[in-house]
Design a protein around this ligand. Structure first.
Ligand code: SAM
Length: 282
């Protein structure tokens, strides 16, 4: 018996007009739709007059449901996997189902469409040639710090998802880990209140009042100074002396240490921690 196909089907991230013709066709034709939240997906299906049976597939049910869906596929049924919004398997359930299917020799097929990360990136005006999608940061402070520290060395554009209630704190943590880089907050993409807040991390964090809606954070990659540092030994000393000299000049003018570190970090696009570690013995 021929096995079925697992379709990974994109759905809109806000604007229903972003549903693709092919997504409607496939959702109509498959035997079963595996949805993250069946009530949420039912509304979408009702809008497009689709009557295909739904089964639940989310973080909590994925172990039992994964096996059941796999059995349907083995029995020759076609299944479409959808998340609440955008591409399934991108910061959403689906990735484990794809793994199970591939391990079982099932064909997987993408039905492309809306995605929040790439929609934000293309409007950011930051480098789109090379980027890192970091998704959601971990929940605990220590793990968040570790991930941000690791990402701080990357020279490509960084993309994050974040919930509104953590946004301000996250921007402040990024400022600490990355220094004051250019950044863009892409809010409510494709919806009525879509907007792009552009600036640097310090300004964005300071001016953010009670954020509401959905946000993608785009942050510029690491620039100049340290990127140059690894290329040639000779460039290390002058560059390092420059920011240490700048720190010394601030101190000589009577600026307190904390403010001097903040200003130097901003000027040289370094994290405050990097400056602090370098000047601690001065
Ligand atoms: N699978 C989705 C995709 O392909 O974009 C992402 C799902 S993830 C659980 C949800 C996060 O994506 C939100 O917390 C937010 O960071 C981002 N997001 C989703 N829709 C958005 C929108 N319309 N505008 C801005 N960000 C959005």
């Amino acid at each position: 018996m021929e096995t079925g196909i697992l379709y990974l089907c994109a759905t809109p991230i806000g604007n229903l007009d972003d549903m693709t013709f092919r997504a409607v066709k496939i959702l109509n034709e498959v035997d079963v739709i595996a949805a993250e939240d069946t009530r949420h997906t039912r509304k979408l299906l009702t809008h497009f007059d689709i009557h295909t049976p739904l089964v639940r597939y989310d973080e909590f049910s994925k172990l039992q449901q994964g096996e059941k869906i796999l059995n349907l596929l083995r029995a020759g049924k076609n299944v479409a996997c959808v998340s609440d919004a955008g591409l399934p398997a991108i910061s959403d359930p689906g990735v484990d189902l794809v793994r199970l299917a591939v391990e079982s020799g099932i064909t997987v097929c993408p039905i492309p469409g809306a995605n929040a990360a790439l929609s934000a990136l293309i409007c950011s005006a930051l480098d789109t040639a090379k980027f890192t999608f970091a998704g959601f940061l971990p929940k605990t402070s220590k793990n968040r710090r570790d991930v941000l520290t690791e990402l701080s060395a990357r020279t490509d554009t960084l993309i994050f998802y974040e919930s509104p209630h953590r946004l301000k704190k996250t921007l402040t943590e990024m400022l600490d880990a990355f220094g004051n880089r250019d950044a863009v907050l892409a809010r409510e993409l494709t919806k009525i209140h879509e907007e792009f807040l552009r600036g640097n991390l310090a300004d964005l964090a300071e001016n953010l009042n009670e954020p509401v809606g959905e946000y993608v954070i785009i942050v510029d990659g690491k620039k100049n100074f340290d990127a140059v540092q690894s290329d040639t030994e000779n460039l290390v000393q002058p560059a390092a002396e420059n920011f240490i000299d700048a720190y010394k000049k601030f101190i000589a003018q009577g600026v307190d240490k904390k403010s001097a570190i903040r200003e130097v970090a901003k000027k040289f696009n370094l994290s405050r921690r990097e400056v602090y570690n370098a000047v601690i013995d001065i």
